[in-house]
Design a protein around this ligand. Structure first.
Ligand SMILES: [Zn+2]
Length: 237
């Protein structure tokens, strides 16, 4: 593989030593990888630096689109779903929500795995989509209305910009003035609320238990305890 490495300037040209002109097949993945991400023309200082290489690849990786969002926003959504401060269950939840594949009834019904697509809350006759469960359904609306003003003092007053995309996916104009720390606190809190909505819905469907709004709020507060040091800093309470 000397010849290939020489063209990338990784190996200095030494005319006294023999080189192989064809890449041995065991090493062909290197060429495939460099070609795929257009890295062959990069400088040797980048090619031999792990961190530079990772950041270039991340920038060039194709972004999976999210319905209703620009590619740039979609990129942010996937970054949010993999936010290093999130617990794994919240990463999974965010990922399934962004893909709209959380196993709610409308999703299950469309795949032939549920008898009906309708929301399980009594008196609610809308199809239970991800959007409905987390945002439109009365139970979700009540919890957002109750918890919003308490937990989001850093958001612009009035809450006019506080819509589905911001609350559920963590993207939107209302966020651009936040510091990284403020965004992390907000994003963790939003995930805890989504988790509480999904968990109480599962209690209703699985065990027939109706969780009151107050109990749901307590669940949010107790789950936030798990994130306390991340949100409030060390020693915070
Ligand atoms: Zn509903």
């Amino acid at each position: 593989m000397g010849s290939y490495l020489r063209t990338l300037k990784i190996l200095p040209v030494d005319l006294k030593t023999p080189v192989s002109f064809n890449l041995p097949k065991e090493y062909s993945f290197i060429k495939t990888f460099l070609k795929k991400y257009f890295l062959e023309s990069e400088d040797v200082t980048i090619l031999t630096n792990y961190k530079h290489l990772v950041s270039l690849v991340q920038d060039r990786e194709p972004v999976s689109p999210v319905p209703g969002l620009t590619l740039r926003e979609a990129k942010q959504v996937w970054r949010n779903a993999a936010h290093p401060a999130l617990q794994n269950r919240h990463k999974d939840l965010s990922w399934m929500v962004a893909h709209e594949i959380l196993p709610v009834r409308a999703v299950m019904h469309s795949r032939g795995m549920a008898k009906n697509p309708i929301c399980p809350r009594s008196g609610c006759n809308s199809p239970e989509t991800v959007h409905h469960l987390l945002w439109e359904c009365g139970a979700a609306r009540d919890l957002w209305a109750k918890t919003g003003p308490l937990y989001f003092p850093c958001l612009p007053a009035g809450g006019a910009q506080f819509g589905y995309q911001l609350a559920i996916l963590g993207v939107g104009r209302g966020l651009k003035d936040l510091t990284a720390q403020e965004f992390t606190s907000l994003w963790l809190t939003l995930n805890v609320i989504k988790d509480a909505i999904w968990a109480t819905r599962n209690l209703l469907v699985g065990k027939g238990v109706t969780v009151t709004l107050h109990a749901c709020e307590l669940k949010v507060t107790s789950m936030l305890q798990g994130y306390r040091t991340t949100i409030f800093g060390r020693g915070g309470r």
